[in-house]
Design a protein around this ligand. Structure first.
Ligand SMILES: *Cc1c(COP(=O)(O)O)cnc(C)c1O
Length: 495
């Protein structure tokens, strides 16, 4: 299986090469040249463990990796680091099944991919006899940053640099990042929002002079954002796994359709669900849930992607995004792999801040349904779910749940539905505590304690002791200074 760019250049790479490189030379994203079918029949998904499914899925995409290499990566990633013995519990609450993706080290779904990416990356470096140090450059809306830092901390021959929006993440998220240990970790707040951070990082990736300069120093940039195909593919596994779990507990029979709801920001997670569908998981609707930054809701409903709009800071900060990178991959697939068409759309986005897709792409978008929730609706979804079912949702998951309720009301579709539950409620303790009727304090850590006292839901290990941990990263930068920050961080970048 080869990987090619969404923007139509003739660049063909192996999975290992695409993972090391991160982004294609023509600024496009790497996509598989074809979608592999599930390597085992649907009814045999029954009873399989998470690791077994993850192996099957990853091995069918990353065919240049040897079987034992993929096993090594999967075994290293999905172990006791996860606080749930089955890695990804599927929990019924109300009228939906919550796929709890947040039991890894940093208490958000980003751990699902970022606990395996360092293994995939170092394996790729060995396979490709990469002689440079790999520098992981990451923009984060709050959760990717910590998960990437945790994954790459002290991994030999790597450095990791993270940029997050100052005042654009929750207190717990910020504290998780700025207390990060590890000799190769670098964290900066930037004065701007996530889109500024992501645009800045992409600019650095596309600066070929800078790449040459770094190469002389023995360094090479790569990405831990979901633009890296090594992030995306491991996420396909949990949707495949969830189908097996629904068969295990008798909710569905092999072949029955399910719907999937995903709280969406950069479009990586829902794209992984789309890939699972392409592989043969019977999925009816893919339901895309946004917060007030509802550029995707409008796009899916109108075919026009328009970022000329106000940017809101919400209580689901990991979805405060207007430029959803991975949508480019979906558009490419729906266009019938038309790189020239996608390249033109992305140029239009750069220049005109909008684009309108062809009828063919619009037709493909009918597999999706889109809606959004504002902050008040998000809060009341959390309160109602807790009051009625004793189940605690974080703000992002609550956005998805509210949109699911809207979907049902609007369509009457009662198909068995999985909701991607993307973070522990404790990461957004201020909002969640208020939503279930607790009086809240200025200090977020007080709210963590209050939430625990009220609900008894276990506090994730990774969030304990954060309050008193030493702050190691204090840099706050203007977005124009990101490149200089990378340079400074890499002074000693020799292998
Ligand atoms: C990153 C994130 C999302 C959005 O996921 P995308 O793959 O960027 O669409 C949703 N919820 C949480 C908690 C996240 O960390």
């Amino acid at each position: 299986m080869k990987y090619k760019s969404t923007r139509g250049s003739k660049e063909f790479k192996s999975a290992a090469q695409a993972i090391i490189q991160g982004i294609a030379q023509d600024k496009g994203l790497f996509v598989p040249e074809s979608m592999p079918a599930l390597s085992i029949p649907l009814d045999e998904l029954k009873g399989k463990t998470y690791k077994e499914i993850a192996f099957e899925v990853i091995y069918s995409y990353f065919t240049d990796y040897l079987e034992e290499e993929v096993r090594h990566c999967v075994d290293g990633a999905y172990d006791e680091k996860f606080e749930a013995s089955d890695i990804v519990p599927l929990v019924k609450a109300g009228d939906a099944y919550f796929l709890e993706l947040y039991h890894g080290k940093t208490a958000a779904f980003k751990d699902m991919a970022l606990s395996i990416l360092p293994y995939l990356m170092t394996t790729a470096m060995n396979k490709e006899k990469e002689d440079k140090k790999i520098v992981i450059l990451t923009a984060t809306s709050g959760d990717t940053g910590k998960a990437a830092l945790e994954g790459f901390a002290d991994v030999p021959n790597t450095e990791i640099i993270v940029f997050y929006p100052n005042e654009g993440v929750s207190q717990v998220q910020e504290r998780q990042m700025i207390t990060q240990e590890g000799k190769n970790t670098h964290v900066f707040a930037i004065r701007g929002n996530f889109d500024d951070a992501q645009t800045g990082v992409k600019k650095i990736f596309n600066d070929s002079e800078f790449a040459d300069e770094l190469a002389k120093q023995g360094c090479k940039l790569s990405s831990a954002n979901s633009i890296n195909i090594g992030r995306l593919i491991p996420q396909v596994a949990y949707y495949v796994y969830s189908y097996g779990k629904l068969m295990d507990n008798g909710t569905i029979q092999s072949g029955d359709r399910i719907n999937i709801v995903v709280p969406t920001g950069n479009f990586g997670n829902i794209l992984a669900a789309y890939y699972a569908k392409q592989m043969g998981i019977p999925v009816g609707k893919l339901i895309c849930a946004s917060n007030e930054n509802k550029v995707l809701t409008d796009f899916i409903n109108t075919g026009t992607y328009d970022v000329k709009r106000e940017f809101y800071l919400t209580n689901s900060p990991s979805m405060d995004i207007l430029i959803s990178s991975n949508l480019e991959r979906l558009l490419y697939h729906l266009s019938g792999n038309n790189g020239a068409e996608i390249s033109a759309l992305m140029d239009s986005l750069d220049i005109n801040k909008e684009y309108k897709v062809s009828d063919k792409i619009r037709d493909g978008l009918k597999e999706f349904w889109a809606g959004f929730a504002n902050m008040e609706e998000t809060d009341s979804a959390i309160g109602k779910m807790y009051a009625e079912n004793g189940y605690l949702m974080d703000t992002h998951t609550a956005v998805a749940y509210k949109v699911y309720e809207d979907y049902k009301a609007s369509t009457g579709d009662e198909t068995v539905t999985i909701i991607a539950s993307t973070a522990s409620a404790y990461k957004f303790a201020d909002s969640v505590a208020a939503s279930i009727g607790l009086s809240t304090e200025e200090d977020g850590f007080e709210n963590v304690r209050a939430l625990y006292k009220e609900t008894g839901v276990k506090i994730p290990k990774g969030l304990k002791g954060l309050e008193t941990k030493e702050i190691r990263h204090k840099g706050v930068l203007d977005k124009e200074d990101m490149k200089a920050a990378v340079k400074n961080s890499l002074k000693a970048c020799t292998k």
